[in-house]
Design a protein around this ligand. Structure first.
Ligand SMILES: N[C@@H](CCC(=O)N[C@@H](CS)C(=O)NCC(=O)O)C(=O)O
Length: 222
């Protein structure tokens, strides 16, 4: 049974300012109006608490709800949605829900890998991966066309929109650093508009990392 936020609930988020995975959780908590304590992790020197709560992957984000850890951003998002009913992220209808989960996994597995290789791989890898990235973006463009809505979640942002934050914000910074264009407006007009709308949402905007700081981080990496 879904429950309302109780005053004595303790919610902690272990995250990293530059991480789109952390940003997903911050956005969801913001949309649902859940107060939480944010703990910034130094990923070059992980805290004993992070290693205790996520001993297998040793990654952020980790949500700790009343002392119980939840790891992996998609699982955390689903947990948040099932725990706090305000501002539902996943649809109620079982098929619609399965469809949203499909696209979320598609973004994380297929698109994320291709995008990463296209951006940071060697010349040959990057060329092939760029084609795969375009194909993935075409699928997402098509999904928006089929849905005929502003967001993947409908008229308000939902689960898939939050998961696609890498396309909504991070990709623009990465494109600037690597000089590789992915989200080209002429090729993906609906997705391009979606990205503008996505970053304009208050709950999204308020948790985004400062662009210049992120740019400097990627520039140092290149
Ligand atoms: N599949 C994970 C990915 C999380 C992830 O990659 N986190 C990175 C930061 S962006 C991390 O903690 N890296 C630390 C490491 O790999 O040692 C999720 O969805 O939560």
């Amino acid at each position: 049974m879904k429950k309302k936020t109780m005053a004595n609930e303790e919610v902690k988020l272990f995250g990293r300012w530059a991480s789109p995975f952390s940003h997903r959780i911050q956005t969801a908590l913001k949309l649902k109006g859940i107060p939480y304590e944010y703990i910034e992790e130094d990923l070059t020197n992980k805290s004993p608490q992070l290693l205790k709560y996520n001993p297998i992957h040793k990654k952020i984000p980790v949500l700790v709800h009343n002392g119980k850890p939840i790891v992996e951003s998609l699982i955390i998002l689903k947990y948040i949605d099932e725990t706090w009913e305000l501002f539902p992220l996943l649809p109620n209808d079982p098929w619609e829900k399965a469809n949203a989960l499909f696209w979320a996994i598609f973004i994380d597995e297929k698109l994320f890998r291709a995008r990463k290789m296209a951006l940071w791989g060697d010349e040959k890898e990057s060329k092939e991966a760029m084609e795969e990235t375009f194909e993935c973006l075409r699928w997402l463009e098509n999904e928006l066309k089929v849905k005929k809505s502003k967001f993947f979640g409908g008229e308000c942002i939902g689960f898939v929109d939050i998961v696609a934050n890498g396309i909504g914000f991070w990709v623009g910074v990465q494109e600037e650093v690597t000089n590789k264009r992915m989200l080209v407006q002429e090729r993906f007009p609906l997705l391009w508009d979606w990205a503008q709308d996505f970053v304009s949402c208050d709950a999204v905007k308020e948790c985004l990392p400062p662009r210049e700081k992120l740019l400097a981080l990627y520039q140092a990496r290149v």
